[in-house]
Ligand binder design. Structure first.
Ligand code: SF4
Length: 127
């Protein structure tokens, strides 16, 4: 007798390229990586869907306070995508810092934000 499959599914839009395929991800213990993906036009969609189900990440963009410039805020971002569950902790750190100019685009403002191993960097120059 065949064992009953655990088949939960989730709808996603693939953001790996501008086409934006509509994906359906099925949790399927008989499939490779425990997931089966439908709706993808290429293999990147499978990788995207599995990453979204197992370790969703985002580039975090925000601004930080500037102390010595007529610009009040400096745009910043994480250099790489961070785990989504760390976004709140990252925002707490971002809201606590103040930047002194000059700052160059790409300068590291927080070395290891929220213990993610990923730096927060300036998104633009500010003289
Ligand atoms: S599945 Fe492939 S073609 Fe479709 S949006 Fe993702 S990367 Fe683009």
């Amino acid at each position: 007798m065949e064992k009953k499959r655990n088949m939960q599914s989730k709808e996603l839009i693939c953001t790996a390229c501008p086409i934006g395929c509509r994906l359906t991800v099925f949790q399927d213990e008989k499939s490779e990586n425990w997931f089966r993906v439908e709706g993808n036009s290429c293999k990147r969609g499978i990788n995207y869907a599995i990453a979204e189900m197992t370790d969703p990440r985002r580039i975090l963009t925000s601004t930080v306070k500037v102390t010595n410039s007529h610009y009040k805020r400096l745009p910043v971002r994480t250099r790489e995508a961070i785990p989504k569950h760390l976004i709140f902790s990252c925002m707490n750190e971002i809201n606590r810092i103040e930047v002194i100019t000059p700052v160059r685009m790409g300068d590291i403002l927080i070395d290891n934000i929220a213990s993610s191993g990923i730096p927060l960097i300036a998104s633009r120059n500010l003289e």
